[in-house]
Design a protein around this ligand. Structure first.
Ligand code: NAD
Length: 239
């Protein structure tokens, strides 16, 4: 059984929701975890709760310089960097006539540009080490069209495209890049959606822990021959 003991992982958007579950699960398997988020209070108290193998770092994923600093600080502190989970995301919705440029820029900026910047920032260290796992969080909305979610859908499809190109480009360097596509998961992002109206074959909405072990799997050697894949975790919602 593969273990992440001794590995170092950065998880963005890890102060709450799905990212928090990923950080907890990676930490539970023995990894050192950097909880990177703009929510200092929540992220800081999670790091404190997890203890010595966890650290909070303030990071706005759209900030290029902050990414370089975070990678530098992580390697200075823990000597290596094995895993990046690009999880930070925002969602917004409006009919196309009311979908402002500001909404578009915001949702593309965090979900897609943030994922690009994160991947770019960690690759030099992973190349030098000859291994690494990058897990990009897309969505079922990165697999199909959905009314009113134009920017979110475009961004999440973009995350899949970015993932596949990076998988091809970085495979020979020992770096695997995969995308995860959660369905309806109860978090701060989804309070206005009633899962009862969604046809979900497994009969319920998900919780963050339903997704977390899949992220651990993609981060670990258990998935050593998987790259460029789209792992859908949606209770069958898109089947
Ligand atoms: P959430 O809103 O609870 O958590 C998102 C986290 O990202 C927050 O901690 C937030 O502070 C952080 N964040 C936002 N902007 C940031 C920025 N610029 N820099 C750094 N951190 C930032 O949402 P969630 O449901 O946990 O979503 C996590 C990821 O999963 C997102 O990428 C989302 O698109 C994706 N997702 C969620 C669902 C769902 O049903 N909840 C389904 C599919 C995909």
């Amino acid at each position: 059984v593969s273990s992440l003991a001794g590995s170092v992982a950065i998880v963005t958007g890890a102060a709450r929701g799905l990212g928090e579950a990923y950080a907890r699960a990676l930490h539970a398997t023995g990894a050192k975890v950097v909880i990177a988020d703009i929510l200092e209070d929540l992220g800081g108290s999670l790091a404190q709760e997890l203890g010595e193998r966890a650290q909070f770092a303030y990071l706005d994923v759209t900030d290029e310089q902050a990414w370089d600093q975070l990678v530098e600080d992580t390697i200075a502190e823990w000597g290596r960097l094995d895993v990046l989970v690009n999880n930070a995301g925002i969602a917004n919705a409006a009919p196309i006539e009311h979908f402002t440029r500001a909404k578009w820029d915001a949702v593309l900026g965090v979900n897609l540009t943030g994922t690009f910047l994160g991947g770019r920032a960690v690759v030099p260290a992973m190349k030098q080490a000859g291994h690494g796992a990058i897990i990009n969080i897309s969505s079922v909305e990165g697999l199909r069209g959905s009314a009113r979610l134009h920017g979110y859908t475009a961004a999440k499809f973009g995350v899949s495209g970015l993932t596949k190109s990076l998988a091809v480009e970085l495979g020979a360097a020992g770096i695997r890049v995969n995308s995860v596509h959660p369905g309806f998961i109860h978090t701060e992002m989804t309070p206005r959606i009633d899962p009862a109206v969604l046809p979900i074959p497994l009969g319920r909405g998900g919780v963050p822990d339903d997704v977390a072990e899949a992220v651990v799997f993609l981060a670990s050697d258990a998935s050593r021959y998987i790259t460029g894949a789209e792992l859908v975790i949606d209770g069958g919602m898109t089947v």
